[in-house]
Design a protein around this ligand. Sequence first.
Ligand code: HEM
Length: 182
Amino acid sequence: MTNRYAFVGGEQGPWQVTEVRPIFGEGLVPASRVNVVNEALVEAPVGSAWVLQSFVSNIRYSKRDELTMLRAVQPSLNRLEAVCAVLIPIKKSAQWWDLAQDERRAIFEDQSHHTAVGLEYLPEVARRLHHCRDLGEPFDFLTWFEFAPEHVNAFDDLLNRMRDSKEWEYVEREVEVRLARA
Ligand code: HEM
């Protein structure tokens, strides 16, 4: 098992692209399918429009009580009913990365309530956070979410609340890639 993942936008893969929405900054080249592979790709597969490389890592901000709450309710990925997925690549500003860890945590949770707000949408939404800033990729994070069609509105509500938060003042590029299991 490797902690490396690649998201390939192209013509192949189990996820059909229903919409690509640039939220901040430059979007992504259109693709009809997305494939998620659990490896580091050395070369872009034939026919791919883009390849976003990432790795899963240890937690950075969660405190013990938050982790306990998350682990008690968070569902796993690949649930049968979760036929909707959203890939949201995000890049934060130089100003964010210039902050100290405790200053970032204060903005992330004390001022923006990221975990507290997110917890309200569990167990309906399954998620996985991928890191990529240290790989020299165009984004800092690839965030991945899965849910059943009846929870689309709740997920949109969650996105609005996240984007209204102090944390999002430091987001300089964000793209929403909406997917449906093909
Ligand atoms: C579904 C409910 C959600 C929950 C429970 C949740 C929870 C969390 C937690 C606990 C972390 C911190 C991980 C750590 O300690 O390293 C985190 C990080 C992050 N989440 Fe969420 N999240 C949710 C939804 C979202 C959404 C909708 C987005 C994007 C639109 C998002 C984007 C991020 C990003 C970019 C980070 C990394 C922040 C950084 O390190 O600067 N999350 N999330």
